[in-house]
Ligand binder design. Structure first.
Ligand SMILES: *[C@@H]1O[C@H](CO)[C@@H](O)[C@H](O)[C@H]1NC(C)=O
Length: 204
Protein backbone atom coordinates (compact mmCIF):
# COMPACT_ATOMS: atom_id res chain seq x y z
CA UNK A 1 0.00 0.00 0.00
CA UNK A 2 1.18 3.47 -0.80
CA UNK A 3 1.15 6.12 1.86
CA UNK A 4 -0.51 9.45 1.16
CA UNK A 5 2.88 11.06 1.05
CA UNK A 6 4.13 8.64 -1.61
CA UNK A 7 1.05 9.27 -3.71
CA UNK A 8 1.47 13.01 -3.48
CA UNK A 9 5.08 12.65 -4.37
CA UNK A 10 4.24 10.56 -7.41
CA UNK A 11 1.54 12.98 -8.50
CA UNK A 12 3.76 16.03 -8.22
CA UNK A 13 6.60 14.41 -10.12
CA UNK A 14 4.13 13.49 -12.85
CA UNK A 15 2.87 17.08 -12.92
CA UNK A 16 6.44 18.37 -13.15
CA UNK A 17 7.11 16.05 -16.06
CA UNK A 18 4.02 17.30 -17.92
CA UNK A 19 4.98 20.92 -17.32
CA UNK A 20 8.49 20.25 -18.58
CA UNK A 21 7.12 18.61 -21.71
CA UNK A 22 4.75 21.52 -22.26
CA UNK A 23 7.54 24.09 -21.85
CA UNK A 24 9.68 22.08 -24.24
CA UNK A 25 6.93 22.08 -26.84
CA UNK A 26 6.38 25.84 -26.46
CA UNK A 27 10.05 26.55 -26.89
CA UNK A 28 10.26 24.30 -29.96
CA UNK A 29 7.12 25.84 -31.43
CA UNK A 30 8.38 29.39 -30.96
CA UNK A 31 11.81 28.47 -32.25
CA UNK A 32 10.25 27.06 -35.43
CA UNK A 33 7.97 30.05 -35.92
CA UNK A 34 10.50 32.81 -35.34
CA UNK A 35 8.92 36.05 -36.51
CA UNK A 36 10.41 37.67 -39.59
CA UNK A 37 11.55 41.26 -39.30
CA UNK A 38 12.12 43.67 -42.16
CA UNK A 39 15.21 45.63 -41.23
CA UNK A 40 14.38 49.29 -40.73
CA UNK A 41 16.77 52.17 -41.22
CA UNK A 42 19.28 54.15 -39.26
CA UNK A 43 19.89 57.71 -40.49
CA UNK A 44 23.06 59.29 -39.27
CA UNK A 45 22.53 63.02 -38.72
CA UNK A 46 26.06 64.01 -38.02
CA UNK A 47 29.28 62.61 -36.79
CA UNK A 48 32.03 64.50 -35.04
CA UNK A 49 35.56 63.42 -34.34
CA UNK A 50 37.48 65.32 -31.69
CA UNK A 51 40.38 64.84 -29.36
CA UNK A 52 39.64 64.36 -25.70
CA UNK A 53 40.10 62.24 -22.64
CA UNK A 54 37.67 59.77 -21.22
CA UNK A 55 36.72 60.68 -17.67
CA UNK A 56 39.15 58.37 -16.01
CA UNK A 57 42.22 59.17 -14.00
CA UNK A 58 45.34 59.21 -16.12
CA UNK A 59 43.43 58.66 -19.35
CA UNK A 60 45.47 59.56 -22.42
CA UNK A 61 44.20 61.97 -25.01
CA UNK A 62 42.59 60.12 -27.87
CA UNK A 63 40.11 60.58 -30.68
CA UNK A 64 36.49 60.36 -29.61
CA UNK A 65 33.71 59.95 -32.15
CA UNK A 66 30.19 61.06 -31.35
CA UNK A 67 27.17 60.82 -33.56
CA UNK A 68 23.50 61.65 -33.74
CA UNK A 69 21.07 59.37 -35.47
CA UNK A 70 17.42 58.51 -36.11
CA UNK A 71 16.12 54.97 -36.09
CA UNK A 72 12.90 53.76 -37.60
CA UNK A 73 11.92 50.14 -37.58
CA UNK A 74 8.82 48.04 -37.20
CA UNK A 75 9.23 45.33 -34.58
CA UNK A 76 5.54 44.42 -34.37
CA UNK A 77 6.16 40.85 -35.51
CA UNK A 78 8.49 40.32 -32.56
CA UNK A 79 6.42 42.08 -29.95
CA UNK A 80 3.19 40.42 -30.97
CA UNK A 81 4.59 36.95 -30.46
CA UNK A 82 3.05 35.44 -27.32
CA UNK A 83 6.42 34.15 -26.17
CA UNK A 84 8.28 37.50 -26.24
CA UNK A 85 9.27 38.71 -22.80
CA UNK A 86 11.57 41.51 -23.80
CA UNK A 87 13.82 42.72 -26.56
CA UNK A 88 17.34 43.94 -26.15
CA UNK A 89 18.28 46.38 -28.89
CA UNK A 90 21.86 47.40 -29.48
CA UNK A 91 23.57 49.39 -32.19
CA UNK A 92 27.06 48.48 -33.29
CA UNK A 93 29.64 50.06 -35.51
CA UNK A 94 31.73 47.47 -37.28
CA UNK A 95 34.76 48.49 -39.22
CA UNK A 96 38.13 47.30 -40.41
CA UNK A 97 41.26 49.17 -39.48
CA UNK A 98 43.91 49.20 -42.19
CA UNK A 99 47.63 48.93 -41.94
CA UNK A 100 48.85 52.09 -43.70
CA UNK A 101 52.13 50.53 -44.90
CA UNK A 102 50.71 47.39 -46.50
CA UNK A 103 47.11 48.51 -47.07
CA UNK A 104 45.76 45.26 -45.67
CA UNK A 105 43.23 44.94 -42.86
CA UNK A 106 45.01 45.04 -39.53
CA UNK A 107 42.05 44.40 -37.28
CA UNK A 108 38.27 44.10 -37.48
CA UNK A 109 36.36 46.00 -34.78
CA UNK A 110 32.83 45.74 -33.44
CA UNK A 111 31.78 48.42 -30.99
CA UNK A 112 28.47 48.84 -29.19
CA UNK A 113 27.40 52.50 -29.32
CA UNK A 114 23.86 52.45 -28.00
CA UNK A 115 21.42 50.02 -26.44
CA UNK A 116 17.94 49.83 -25.08
CA UNK A 117 15.69 47.24 -23.47
CA UNK A 118 12.11 47.10 -24.70
CA UNK A 119 9.76 45.37 -22.29
CA UNK A 120 6.62 43.66 -23.33
CA UNK A 121 4.70 46.32 -21.40
CA UNK A 122 6.17 49.00 -23.68
CA UNK A 123 4.31 47.59 -26.65
CA UNK A 124 1.48 49.98 -25.99
CA UNK A 125 3.65 52.97 -26.68
CA UNK A 126 6.95 52.11 -28.19
CA UNK A 127 7.53 55.67 -29.30
CA UNK A 128 8.60 56.27 -25.75
CA UNK A 129 11.81 54.54 -26.75
CA UNK A 130 13.05 57.76 -28.29
CA UNK A 131 11.97 60.91 -26.54
CA UNK A 132 9.32 61.00 -23.87
CA UNK A 133 5.98 61.25 -25.63
CA UNK A 134 3.30 63.04 -23.59
CA UNK A 135 0.63 60.68 -22.25
CA UNK A 136 -2.23 60.22 -24.67
CA UNK A 137 -0.10 61.04 -27.68
CA UNK A 138 1.62 58.44 -29.79
CA UNK A 139 -0.08 55.50 -31.39
CA UNK A 140 -1.11 52.74 -29.08
CA UNK A 141 -0.47 49.11 -29.71
CA UNK A 142 2.20 49.52 -32.33
CA UNK A 143 5.66 48.10 -32.15
CA UNK A 144 7.18 50.85 -34.24
CA UNK A 145 10.51 51.80 -32.83
CA UNK A 146 11.36 55.45 -33.37
CA UNK A 147 14.42 57.08 -32.00
CA UNK A 148 14.83 60.71 -32.93
CA UNK A 149 18.08 62.58 -32.47
CA UNK A 150 19.59 59.66 -30.59
CA UNK A 151 23.16 60.02 -29.39
CA UNK A 152 25.74 57.35 -28.79
CA UNK A 153 25.37 56.19 -25.22
CA UNK A 154 28.84 54.72 -25.08
CA UNK A 155 31.87 56.68 -26.14
CA UNK A 156 33.26 55.51 -29.45
CA UNK A 157 37.01 55.24 -29.31
CA UNK A 158 39.46 53.11 -31.21
CA UNK A 159 41.99 50.93 -29.34
CA UNK A 160 44.85 52.58 -31.25
CA UNK A 161 43.64 56.01 -30.06
CA UNK A 162 43.05 57.30 -33.58
CA UNK A 163 40.61 56.72 -36.43
CA UNK A 164 43.28 57.68 -38.98
CA UNK A 165 43.28 54.21 -40.55
CA UNK A 166 39.52 53.77 -40.37
CA UNK A 167 37.86 55.20 -43.48
CA UNK A 168 34.31 54.00 -42.82
CA UNK A 169 32.08 51.86 -40.64
CA UNK A 170 28.80 49.97 -40.92
CA UNK A 171 26.08 50.76 -38.39
CA UNK A 172 23.65 48.00 -37.49
CA UNK A 173 20.85 47.78 -34.96
CA UNK A 174 20.64 44.23 -33.61
CA UNK A 175 17.97 42.68 -31.49
CA UNK A 176 18.04 39.82 -29.02
CA UNK A 177 14.67 38.36 -28.23
CA UNK A 178 14.31 37.03 -24.71
CA UNK A 179 11.39 34.61 -24.60
CA UNK A 180 9.41 33.49 -21.57
CA UNK A 181 10.48 29.93 -22.34
CA UNK A 182 13.06 28.66 -24.78
CA UNK A 183 16.24 29.95 -26.30
CA UNK A 184 17.42 33.46 -27.00
CA UNK A 185 17.24 34.41 -30.65
CA UNK A 186 18.66 37.41 -32.41
CA UNK A 187 18.65 39.24 -35.69
CA UNK A 188 18.99 42.59 -37.39
CA UNK A 189 16.44 45.30 -36.63
CA UNK A 190 17.82 48.15 -38.74
CA UNK A 191 20.80 49.15 -40.86
CA UNK A 192 22.24 52.40 -42.15
CA UNK A 193 22.08 52.99 -45.89
CA UNK A 194 25.66 52.12 -46.70
CA UNK A 195 28.77 52.63 -44.62
CA UNK A 196 29.29 55.93 -42.81
CA UNK A 197 32.47 57.89 -43.42
CA UNK A 198 34.51 59.15 -40.51
CA UNK A 199 35.30 62.86 -40.79
CA UNK A 200 38.49 64.78 -40.11
CA UNK A 201 39.36 65.47 -36.49
CA UNK A 202 37.93 68.80 -35.32
CA UNK A 203 40.60 71.38 -34.50
CA UNK A 204 40.17 73.28 -31.28
C1 LIG B 1 29.75 47.08 -44.74
O1 LIG B 1 28.96 45.97 -45.10
C2 LIG B 1 29.09 45.59 -46.45
C3 LIG B 1 28.09 44.47 -46.71
O2 LIG B 1 28.17 43.48 -45.76
C4 LIG B 1 30.52 45.15 -46.72
O3 LIG B 1 30.67 44.79 -48.05
C5 LIG B 1 31.45 46.30 -46.39
O4 LIG B 1 32.77 45.90 -46.54
C6 LIG B 1 31.22 46.78 -44.97
N1 LIG B 1 32.00 47.98 -44.73
C7 LIG B 1 32.66 48.18 -43.61
C8 LIG B 1 33.37 49.50 -43.51
O5 LIG B 1 32.72 47.36 -42.72
Amino acid sequence: MYSTFQRLNHLSSLATTYVMILLGLISIASFLSLPEVDAGRIDVKDIILQKGRLRRWGAREEELASLRFDIRTDLNPLLKSYNTKQLFLYMTASYPEYDPSSGSVREQHDVVLWDRIVQRADIRDIRAVGKKIPAGKGKKGRGNIRVEEGKNKYMWTNPSGTFRDVPSANLTLHYSLMPYVGVLSSGIAATAQGPITLPEVLKR
